[in-house]
Write a protein that binds this ligand. Structure first.
Ligand SMILES: Cc1cc2nc3c(=O)[nH]c(=O)nc-3n(C[C@H](O)[C@H](O)[C@H](O)COP(=O)(O)OP(=O)(O)OC[C@H]3O[C@@H](n4cnc5c(N)ncnc54)[C@H](O)[C@@H]3O)c2cc1C
Length: 383
């Protein structure tokens, strides 16, 4: 035993985590150990933003207005000047392992090279990323956040997910960077950016009030949806070989870096659900396995949003047209060319419709000679 006098931790909001934390708290208290949890993860506790009748929200704009009424998020506390860690080496009863001893990193095969190349881990990585975003990209955020070929979003999602940086720190640092005191500023870049942090809050609000968010349609009428089981089409989607350039570029970016641009996440998810007619839960689960920012609230809420089965969701009949989305948000084709070497020689005018390209574009990967695939057929024939 280490004879701890007190145990403190940050709160978690999934049903299973809440149950574990509650059990731990009860057990510690029974042993007369002080046990306290804190909000280190969110701007607002999910239960602190309420409708006029004390209920929970289903519409983002109303949720965000009510959050504003609660007031500005609290300032983050300063880091303690000194932390003393328990040194297990002097204990007969308890031994400590170093992180490396857990052998969490993949070795054979080592599939994490792309992740290492793209992400600097931990708190230090988060601080570098935040500084870079505030200095170079926040000023262009509203105009360019939807362009996957540009680096103008923060890429803070994995750090927020794993608590390497807090949402409160990001909130106040972004306000300070634009010399703004609060979220009612009139600065459109800041407002847009902070409202994305708001979507994260809303997702956690939904998860807290709907613990089965990742597995059950928020709107039960979607339970009757006749989804298609099509392993071949699902594999084409997973491997970025559907024949739809913007979808394939996104799925290959995901596989190689563990991240995908938000606009392309929406298009790729819509393609799986509304073109292939494959259950959104299969997509949610693939993203959960492959994203470095895989988040129990954001991932589930976003998949339900795209499916139309969620809260404040895109209407079920809204389909992101992958060709038009590509042409609109990646007009020069830079993003597609970055991830699909087969389309390297294609001009911007044809890159999102490779079948209509001039003959001189081969449509083959210059290294492997493999041809870019023909478009995968839709889940049902149109009538
Ligand atoms: C199908 C689908 C699945 C998604 N899965 C996840 C996931 O597992 N984890 C995850 O963090 N985000 C997820 N998102 C939301 C969004 O795509 C990412 O948060 C965003 O792309 C992260 O990049 P960024 O840090 O540069 O975002 P920025 O644009 O810089 O936004 C700042 C932060 O706000 C939050 N945020 C931004 N957009 C959203 C959003 N739409 N919903 C909720 N929070 C948002 C994120 O924490 C993000 O880091 C998903 C979106 C879709 C459409």
């Amino acid at each position: 035993m280490i004879n701890a006098a007190a145990v403190f931790w940050n709160r978690r909001y999934g049903a299973a985590e809440r149950a574990i934390d509650e059990t731990v708290k009860t057990a510690l208290k029974a042993q007369k150990v002080e046990a306290r949890s804190f909000n280190g993860h969110l701007l607002y506790e999910p239960w602190s933003v309420k409708t006029k009748t004390g209920g929970s929200f289903r519409v983002f704009s109303a949720f965000w207005r009510a959050a504003h009424q609660v007031g500005d998020p609290e300032l983050p506390l300063r880091a303690p000047s000194r932390l003393e860690f328990f040194d297990g080496s002097h204990s007969d009863e308890l031994s400590c392992l170093a992180l490396a001893d857990l052998r969490l990193e993949p070795s054979s095969p080592d599939w994490a090279g792309g992740l290492r190349a793209n992400w600097k881990r931990g708190e230090a990585g988060a601080e570098v990323q935040l500084e870079k975003f505030l200095n170079e990209h926040l000023g262009k955020y509203a105009d360019f956040r939807d362009c996957p070929g540009r680096p103008d979003t923060s890429r803070l999602s994995p750090y927020l997910r794993f608590g390497n940086i807090s949402a409160r720190e990001v909130w106040h640092a972004s306000a300070a960077a634009t010399n703004a005191a609060s979220h009612r500023t009139g600065n459109r870049n800041l407002e847009k950016f902070q409202s994305e942090l708001g979507w994260r809050e809303f997702s956690y609000h939904l998860l807290y009030h709907n613990p089965a968010l990742a597995s059950q349609n928020l709107q039960p009428r979607f339970d009757a949806m006749p989804w298609k089981e099509d392993p071949k089409a699902f594999r084409a989607w997973q491997t970025g070989t559907t024949g739809y350039p913007i979808v394939d570029a996104g799925m290959r970016e995901l596989w190689n870096t563990g991240w995908m641009h938000n606009r392309v996440r929406m298009v790729a998810a819509s393609f799986l659900i509304k073109h292939l007619l494959i259950d959104w839960r299969h997509g949610e689960s693939w993203f959960w396995d492959t994203l470095v920012d895989a988040d129990p609230a954001n991932n589930a809420a976003s998949w339900q949003w795209v499916a139309g089965s969620g809260a404040d969701a895109a209407p079920y009949f809204r389909i992101f047209n992958p060709t038009l989305q590509g042409q609109k948000f990646d007009p020069g084709g830079d993003y597609v060319r970055r991830w699909i070497p087969e389309l390297d020689e294609f001009p911007a005018s044809a890159i999102h419709r490779p079948r209509q390209a001039p003959d001189k574009a081969s449509g083959r990967n210059p290294k492997t000679g493999v041809a870019y695939p023909a478009p995968v057929p839709p889940g049902v024939k149109s009538v």
